[in-house]
Design a protein around this ligand. Structure first.
Ligand code: NOJ
Length: 574
């Protein structure tokens, strides 16, 4: 690809900041989907290495790599057959080690997935467990003579599974699984399982990774009469893993994937005294961002954040718009879900389980204004944002593919064959490149986006850079302020930490967001303590006005418009 600016800045190496994750921007990419350097039709580690300059250029601090381990790939690699081997088509362990080193040299961290809850039925542990019940692996899984235990535990993959139990004809017992019937759950009542999994943690941490996303963490323990989610023993196990990481690999992070209501998900932070994960994905807020865009009111976002309890000082939310799964609607009310299916998934093929299997840009009708607004929200609300590969160039999806493959198609680099992803015969690709009318590879690719100064890619890079200049977006307190207009969401981010005199970053930023499709005015009530503060646009630097003596500031916003406004008091000016 010609003319691509490499991240030509001097190689910075990793920032020495134990709280790096609080101001980081994450980027999820599938090794399979990113870049194929061998002509196999599937992406590989060398491909990711070859694109690190691009990722650095964009302003990403940490890559999240979903499973690349040995697997029959019946669940995108979340069905692991060997925790310490990589899929040969992705390369070797040495390639992976090189990837970590090359990323670190560019100041980019890497976290990977730790699929704790279950393995593939192809895993040798399961093979041994089913064939030798009295052997060392006999109790590695959850076996039962009946399929009636733990009645009332919900089924997660409602599209494909009818029960959480499956009969194994070899052991002649039922085994427990919260996901696909080829993914038996590990038995965390067995201390040998915990020991074996700690060794898996050590293996990858020794390889230099910066942390783990803990996949499907709420489901480790089940008990009769319990709903099988967030069991107190599950929390004990997470604390045990955290204590081990803190002791043996201080500074590495754990990020919880707990698709749970706000009050339950916060429990995965633990407490300052007994920590669990440094980060948790904020599942409940994500669908509300989409809901608010169609409802054109701020209330859904305000309400879900009001329902979110405070988190320990050492914690940080992970926020996101899309990922490799369906846009889950498990955390919304039935009425909201019905509305969202109507707005965002009119074709039944767009739905999967309790959610929507589409990418960001098609969801938002390819509206640049809406995509910019929803990014402005996810980049300014509390938490560290995680982007999904391809969204930065406006990639489309393919709902004619099965399940969540709809949004796992190859990254589009150029307008050429296979969008520059691979030199293979197009029919050999692991999934076809998206070539729909609105989202065809000729128009939607990195090279074209690079060549257009007005592209979303350049816009996003600029906004990420502005965010990076102001750590308040990562570490600041969050307070909703009255805007006098139900369509305008206004909030303050305030950095209350002690700062050095050289620190010129904004201490307080007012974020105003017009959720409606028509222009709106608002009179934001900041409080008299801000009277006289200068109101400066964070992105462009222009001073708009000063806060009135009554503590109010008027704002006019175009449709889907937004501003990040630094409030500069005399104290800030020094
Ligand atoms: C959560 C992962 O994100 C998803 O892709 C997977 O299917 C389930 N865990 C089950 O492994």
């Amino acid at each position: 690809m010609s003319g691509f600016p490499t991240g030509a800045s001097p190689v910075p190496g990793l920032r020495r900041d134990p709280e790096w994750f609080k101001t980081a921007v994450f980027y999820e990419l599938l090794a399979r989907a990113f870049s194929d350097t061998t002509g196999s039709g599937t992406g590989d580690f060398q491909g990711v290495i070859s694109k690190l300059d691009y990722i650095q250029w964009l302003g990403v601090d940490c890559i999240w790599l979903p499973p690349f381990y040995a697997s029959p790939l019946r669940d995108g690699g979340y069905d692991i057959a060997d925790y310490t081997a990589v899929l040969p088509e992705f390369g070797t362990i040495e390639d992976f080690r090189q990837l970590v080193g090359e990323a670190h040299a560019r100041g980019i961290r890497i976290i990977t997935d730790f699929v704790m809850n279950h393995t593939s039925d192809q895993h040798p542990w399961f093979q041994a467990s089913r064939s030798d019940p009295d052997g060392p692996y006999g109790d590695f899984y959850v076996w039962s003579d009946t399929d009636e235990k733990y009645d009332g535990v919900r089924i997660i993959f409602v599209d494909t599974e009818e029960s959480n139990w499956t009969f194994d004809p070899i052991r002649r017992q039922f085994f427990w699984h919260r996901f696909f019937s080829h993914q038996p759950d590990l038995n965390y009542e067995n201390p040998a399982v915990i020991d074996a999994m700690k060794d898996v943690v050590r293996f990858w941490m020794d390889m230099g990774i910066d942390g783990f996303r803990l996949d499907a963490i709420p489901y480790l323990i089940e008990e009769e009469g319990h709903n099988g989610e967030n069991h107190p023993r599950t929390h004990e196990i997470v604390r045990e893993i955290r204590a081990m990481v803190d002791e043996e690999y201080p500074g590495r992070i754990l990020l919880a994937e707990a698709n749970q209501p706000p009050a339950e998900v916060v429990d995965y932070f633990g407490s300052d005294e007994e920590p669990e994960c440094q980060m948790c994905f904020h599942f409940p807020v994500m669908p509300m961002l989409y809901y608010a865009l169609r409802d054109e009111r701020a209330a859904p976002i305000i309400d879900v954040l009001a329902d979110t309890p405070p988190i320990p000082a050492g914690g940080q939310w992970g926020t996101f718009l899309r990922n490799h799964d369906e846009l889950t609607l498990e955390m919304v009310t039935p009425e909201q879900r019905a509305a969202m299916y109507g707005w965002y998934a009119p074709d039944p093929r767009m739905r999967a389980n309790v959610g929507i299997r589409r990418r960001l840009w098609p969801l938002l009708g390819n509206s640049r204004a809406e995509v910019e607004l929803i990014h402005a929200l996810v980049l300014s609300l509390p938490g560290s944002p995680c982007l999904y590969y391809g969204d930065e160039i406006g990639m489309g999806d393919n709902i004619w593919l099965e399940d969540r493959d709809a949004s796992r198609t190859p990254m589009q680099w150029t307008p050429d064959r296979n969008a520059g992803f691979s030199s293979a015969d197009p029919g050999k690709l692991y999934l076809p490149v998206v070539d729909s009318l609105a989202f065809n590879r000729g128009a939607i690719n990195v090279e074209s986006a690079m060549a257009q100064p007005s592209s979303f890619l350049h816009w996003l890079r600029k906004v990420l850079a502005a965010r990076k200049e102001h750590p308040v977006f990562g570490v600041g307190d969050f307070t909703v302020v009255e805007s006098g207009n139900e369509r305008v969401l206004a909030f303050l981010r305030t950095d209350k930490r002690n700062r050095t005199p050289e620190d010129r970053s904004a201490r307080t930023v007012l974020c105003v967001n017009n959720l409606s499709s028509t222009a709106q005015g608002a009179s934001v009530q900041l409080g008299v303590e801000y009277a006289g503060a200068r109101v400066r646009d964070v992105i462009g630097g222009a001073v708009f006005n000063v806060v009135g003596d009554d503590g109010r500031v008027p704002v006019t916003l175009g449709d889907r418009g937004w501003f990040w406004l630094a409030l500069e008091t005399d104290e800030d000016r020094g």
